[in-house]
Design a protein around this ligand. Structure first.
Ligand code: PLP
Length: 386
């Protein structure tokens, strides 16, 4: 038995997506810029995928640009907007719990002279709106917030943030990192007052290396990659046709069952919580808020090193994460859990279980049984001995 509970890091692609991409790689390999029928065929495939994605967001297909993934979309949105509009202010407002794709761009921009305010979060991992309101001023050019945090699943009040922006500085544009929200909950840029929005394919059973950026047509943004002028000159480079089409199909399949999938993972997440409670686990602390995304459950096992637990689970073919996938190799304490003011021992013992519609009840039962067996063996007892 193999239990994959690391779906926030990435998901297994749908079989249909793999088959479709194989077909495109084999037969529909034309360059969309070529003038002959092979090129036109590829161009049509991209057009279809663009329409699928724009429909899923309720925006115009002219406002959707394909990129290599969430990271590139975020970089393009933030840098591309600020570089195109230098006179609109040099102040950025973001949060302490963003993905490194956002935090590292902000760090880079600080070196270039921008002022960045990183807003804190409460103990549930939700951005402090009062602090955000105080920081937005008439020099604020851009606000960048995530919709769902990738480590805890905390949902950020994007609609309220847009309303605060409207009240404080209507000219400040709002970018939303919707990588962990897209295909899992309502993401509607027009309705929610979002000006730019980043999504990624591999979090919803699509291929890796593909994503999209929505940019409201009223905005002017500059490319960060220059070349042949593809994607209306915003993102040069020959299009990843199989990736884009695989993404399109993954969106179709995910949105068809968005509600059904949500109910399914909600049940699995509750089952895991209930079983932990019933089985009388010695000590643990659920870090994810009750009203967070049902796709993510972050749990601390104090006096346990999360990495040790991860490897013991792995021996039983159960795959989970400590913190986020990108930062877990760096052996740094999670910046998200730190921002939530968790005790160091709770951060060190934090494991993320993340679900998808591919998971089953058996997966959860098997995982709880494994935890029951592993935890007593690896818990560090007082006095430092295991
Ligand atoms: N933003 C969030 C919230 C994420 O979880 C991730 C991926 O882990 C990214 C951005 C980056 O997306 P990608 O892996 O497609 O570059």
């Amino acid at each position: 038995m193999e239990v994959y509970l690391d779906n926030s890091a990435t998901t297994r692609p749908y079989d249909e997506v793999i088959e479709y991409m194989n077909e495109i790689n084999k037969y529909m390999y034309g360059n969309p810029s070529s003038l002959h029928t092979k090129g036109i065929e590829a161009e049509k495939l991209i057009k279809k995928a663009r329409e699928t994605i724009s429909e899923s967001l309720g925006v115009s297909s002219k406002e959707v640009y394909f990129t290599s993934g969430g990271t590139e979309s975020i970089n393009l949105a933030i840098r591309g907007y600020l570089e195109a509009n230098p006179r609109l202010g040099n102040h950025i407002v973001t949060t302490k719990i963003e993905h490194p794709a956002t935090l590292e761009v902000c760090k880079y921009l600080e070196e270039k002279g921008y002022k960045v305010d990183y807003i804190g979060v409460d103990e549930k991992g939700v951005v402090r709106l009062k602090e955000l309101e105080e920081k937005i001023n008439d020099k604020t050019a851009l606000i960048s917030v995530m919709m769902v945090n990738n480590e805890t699943g905390s949902i950020q009040p994007v609609d309220e943030i847009a309303a605060i922006r409207n009240a404080r500085n209507r000219d400040a544009v709002m970018h939303v990192d919707a990588v962990q929200a897209y295909g899992k909950m309502q993401v509607l840029p027009y309705k929610q007052g979002i000006d730019m929005l980043s999504v990624s394919s591999h979090k919803i059973h699509g291929p890796k290396g593909t994503g999209a950026l929505y940019v409201n047509r009223k905005l002017r943004i500059k490319p960060i990659i220059f070349g042949g002028g593809q994607e209306s000159s915003l993102r040069s480079g020959t299009e990843n046709v199989p990736g884009i089409c695989g993404f399109g199909l993954a969106v179709e399949k995910t949105f068809e069952k968005i509600e059904e999938n949500r109910l399914k993972v909600e049940k699995l997440r509750s089952l895991l919580c209930d079983m932990l409670k019933k089985e009388g686990f010695e000590e643990y602390k659920i870090n994810s808020p009750d009203n967070g995304s049902p796709y993510i459950l972050n749990i601390s096992f104090p006096n346990v090193k999360a990495e040790v637990l991860l490897h013991h689970l792995e021996e039983k073919k159960i795959f989970v994460s400590t913190g986020s996938a990108c930062s877990s190799r760096k052996r740094k304490l999670s910046h998200v859990l730190e921002a939530m003011s968790l005790r160091t021992c709770d951060i060190e013992g934090a494991v993320r279980f993340s679900f998808s519609s591919f998971n089953t009840e058996e997966d959860i039962i098997y995982t709880v049984d494994a935890l029951k067996e592993i935890l007593p063996k690896i818990r560090i007892r007082h006095g430092g001995k295991r």
